[in-house]
Design a protein around this ligand. Structure first.
Ligand SMILES: [Zn+2]
Length: 287
């Protein structure tokens, strides 16, 4: 999403303050630009509605809960089995692929934090590759499982990360930022734990994917009701830049075995054409 993250992204005139309670605001207005003009679509199984801001395209759910409220009942083992438990062998292979890319961009192999690590396959693979790995998850069942597997995954949340300030070289936030309406609080926490010069890897669903643009009423039905927001590349870049994070263009060619090169080419093609329903961006905390 280079072409969109690279723009200037000025903060809209009506944008709420960074320390505003976005949960209170979100019922009426866009938490990025502050506009109250929105279109509404029915969400998954009638459990929520999705509002799309007419000014900036940011999506906000009507559910607006604290994700910690769902930690026990909804992020249970069934959830993790459904989304992450199948084909663990493939998960490990793609974890190696992801590390290959970020190792080409990170300052060095140091401390790595995965937010929402599920079974911890990024931690396992990161450890194999020489990283010191940690995780934070809001589901007690994941923390218990990690302890049995010898992984350091601690109970916490995106807005309450149980690690010290400036302790992480890399923060990996793959499909987590959309689970919390308090975007600035989440970015504040990530900022706090990142070392100066540290790298944030962020993957989120794309609210402007080809499918979302062609048939939004159908696409929103695919979005889990546990998602509170859906970013567009431009809105995500706005939040990140306002928080002080600097966009890092994704590295070009990275050497690797044929299966890695094929995986990467496929993902880059799908992202750049917006056939993919997600996008990946990289951000650095200034040194
Ligand atoms: Zn907006």
């Amino acid at each position: 999403m280079a072409y969109e993250a690279a723009g200037p992204h000025p903060v809209p005139a009506g944008a709420p303050a960074m320390d505003a309670d976005l949960q209170a605001l979100a019922g009426e207005a866009c938490t990025w630009c502050g506009s109250r003009a929105r279109d509404t679509f029915a969400g998954e199984e009638g459990k929520c509605q999705w509002h799309r801001c007419r000014q900036c395209g940011f999506w906000i759910s009507s559910l607006l809960c604290d994700p910690r409220d769902y930690a026990v009942e909804d992020y249970d083992l069934d959830y993790h089995l459904h989304y992450y438990g199948r084909s663990l062998g493939r998960k490990h292979r793609t974890a190696h692929h992801r590390f290959r890319v970020l190792e080409a961009m990170a300052p060095h192999k140091g401390s790595f934090l995965d937010i929402g690590p599920s079974y911890g396959y990024m931690l396992e693979v990161g450890t194999q590759r020489g990283w010191t790995t940690h995780g934070v998850d809001l589901a007690p069942v994941i923390v218990e499982l990690a302890a049995q597997n010898g992984l350091d995954i601690r109970l916490g949340s995106l807005t309450d990360i149980p690690f010290g300030p400036e302790s992480m070289d890399v923060v990996h936030a793959r499909h987590v930022l959309e689970h919390d309406i308090q975007t600035y609080r989440a970015l504040d926490e990530i900022w706090r734990v990142l070392k100066p010069g540290g790298l944030l890897v962020c993957e989120v669903p794309d609210g402007e994917s080809t499918r979302a643009r062609l048939n939004p009423a159908k696409e929103v039905l695919r979005w889990p009701y546990l998602h509170m927001v859906t970013f567009t590349p431009s809105v995500l870049a706005g939040f990140m830049r306002r928080r002080g994070l600097r966009w890092v263009p994704e590295v070009g060619l990275v050497a690797g075995p044929p299966d890695f090169l094929a995986w990467r080419a496929w993902h880059r093609f799908r992202e750049l054409t917006r056939i993919a329903t997600y996008f990946v961006t990289f951000w650095r905390k200034p040194a």
